[in-house]
Design a protein around this ligand. Structure first.
Ligand code: ATP
Length: 458
């Protein structure tokens, strides 16, 4: 499908929605799948793949991965934004777990350009906590159509998704959906096929199979309608990967999303320790000021200081697989950390929960030892403070000798350390993607979507 973007102001619609699901079922992406199916019948054109945008992962009221969806369409003369908005509003009302934990939000922007304030809203939603009042204010200012259900918190995700253009780094995910009758039953898949998929397509697909822990990573575990999700760099490879799986279960269909998953987008804002807020995310270049201590459970704690000389506790948790490295760090080491901020409790202050460590510079560490006897080359014994040393063997006393410093070999190297695969969050950038980030999506003027990005089976 080759689409020209010589569209006018009035026929482009950006549709953002979020928070339709709860811990008891449903799924915002499945609603997106249903909406695309409807919009396809209405003969609208898609300006972009559906966007699956993961927002600040530290939001306490998220259901799972804090994902919101945006659809960008070009309306033809047979449809209008009023009808589309009303249809989606009704679908959200019918298909959301309102009253059971879901607080859906729907926002529609009819415009070719996305106002900078909405882009900025998205930038902030990646690492900060935003209010629905702020989202509503923007919606009113730019004359957007919007509706919130329940407490309306979903308006934040809906607005943020519209503001996320993903013009530089991005990934894709193909999600395959189950028939309603299968939801709640176990997902049957041949592990050999998942290994084959990984071996044949990595790194064009990633986080499908964890060879170290022998774990399948493409299957969710809940009763939601997603059968599986395969992540990768290219829609065509994802489509072929789904075929490799040879899934026996009768499926409802699949859809390919463009996403910020695997991009580390939540950690791109530098946070100063003096202004640190609970539940935010970011990075800091800092220096270690207390040697790491290993606490119960194998977690590692130390204090870091930023370049304004403010300090904060930092924690590396055992499941991240980073504790071996963290425990070898030392006072004076210069590092960069990506983190989420855990709120203070009555027992502890705010803590930076570390998501990656980049060791910039390791300090030289010295061990001090007693001097060696000049005559018999044996280590000498101290005679007491400022009283010199005596050789244990020949008993020679040397009143002027001093302790000597020996350079200790550091057991870790400078460089980047990220959590083990099983501890990855949706937004965690896998190691192999560093340096391979995409720099653009749109080739100026035209957007070409892979023709098989959506299919609903009969
Ligand atoms: P799933 O991954 O299954 O889609 P979820 O983890 O996305 O579920 P939601 O049910 O969507 O969870 O709940 C997340 C809620 O947090 C939404 O109401 C969303 O609008 C809101 N939210 C997202 N980002 C922010 C933010 N930065 N500040 C404040 N609220 C936010």
């Amino acid at each position: 499908m080759l689409m020209s973007t010589n569209t006018n102001e009035n026929n482009i619609l950006h549709i953002g929605f979020d928070d339709t699901d709860s811990k008891f079922g449903r799924c915002t992406t499945h609603l997106a799948f249903k909406l695309v199916s409807y919009l396809n019948k209405k003969d609208v054109k898609f300006l972009d793949y559906p966007l699956l945008i993961r927002l600040n992962p530290n939001i306490p009221w998220k259901t799972r991965g804090n994902g919101a969806v945006c659809l960008r369409i070009i309306m033809t003369k047979d449809n209008n934004s009023e009808n589309i908005f009303d249809f989606i509003k009704n679908e959200i009302e019918k298909n959301s777990a309102i009253g059971k934990g879901a607080n859906p939000g729907l926002v529609c922007l009819q415009s070719k350009e996305i106002p900078n304030e909405i882009k900025e809203f998205n930038r902030l939603a990646m690492f900060d906590i935003l209010s629905k009042q702020k989202a509503t204010k923007i919606a009113q200012k730019y004359n957007l159509k919007y509706v919130g259900f329940g407490n309306g918190q979903g308006l934040v995700g809906a607005m943020a998704a519209i503001g996320c253009l993903l013009t530089s780094d991005h990934t894709f995910e193909i999600l395959a959906y189950r028939k309603i009758k299968s939801c709640g039953t176990s997902r049957i898949i041949d592990p050999i096929n998942v290994m084959r998929l990984h071996d044949a397509t990595f790194p064009s697909t990633f986080n499908s199979y964890d060879h170290i822990n022998k774990r399948i990573l493409i299957l969710p575990h809940g009763s939601d309608p997603v059968f599986c999700g395969i992540r990768g760099e290219d829609p065509q490879v994802l489509y072929n990967s789904l075929k490799i799986l040879n899934i026996k279960e009768e499926l409802e269909g699949y859809m390919i999303y463009r996403s910020n998953q695997g991009t580390g987008m939540h950690l791109q804002n530098e946070l100063k320790f003096s202004m640190i807020k609970s539940f935010t995310a970011g990075y800091s270049r800092c220096i270690i000021v207390t040697n790491p201590q290993v606490i119960q459970g194998g977690h590692v704690l130390f204090i870091v200081e930023d370049d304004s000389k403010n300090t904060c506790w930092a924690a590396v948790y055992e499941p991240t697989g980073l504790t071996k490295i963290a425990s070898q760090l030392h006072r004076g080491d210069q590092i960069e950390i990506g983190f989420g901020v855990r709120k203070a409790t009555s027992k502890h202050p705010k803590v930076l929960n570390i998501e990656y460590i980049f060791i910039h510079q390791l300090v030289q560490i010295y061990n001090t030892v007693n001097p060696i006897c000049k005559d018999c080359r044996k280590r000498m014994k101290s005679e007491g403070k400022n009283k010199g040393y005596q050789c244990k063997k020949c008993k020679r006393i040397d009143k002027t000798n001093k302790k000597i410093s020996l350079l200790k070999t550091r057991l870790i190297k400078e460089g980047l350390y990220i959590p083990t695969l099983k501890a990855h969050r949706h937004l965690t950038k896998p190691l192999h993607r560093y340096g391979k980030e995409k720099t653009k999506f749109f080739e100026s003027g035209n957007v070409k979507l892979y023709p098989k990005w959506f299919e609903k089976f009969r």
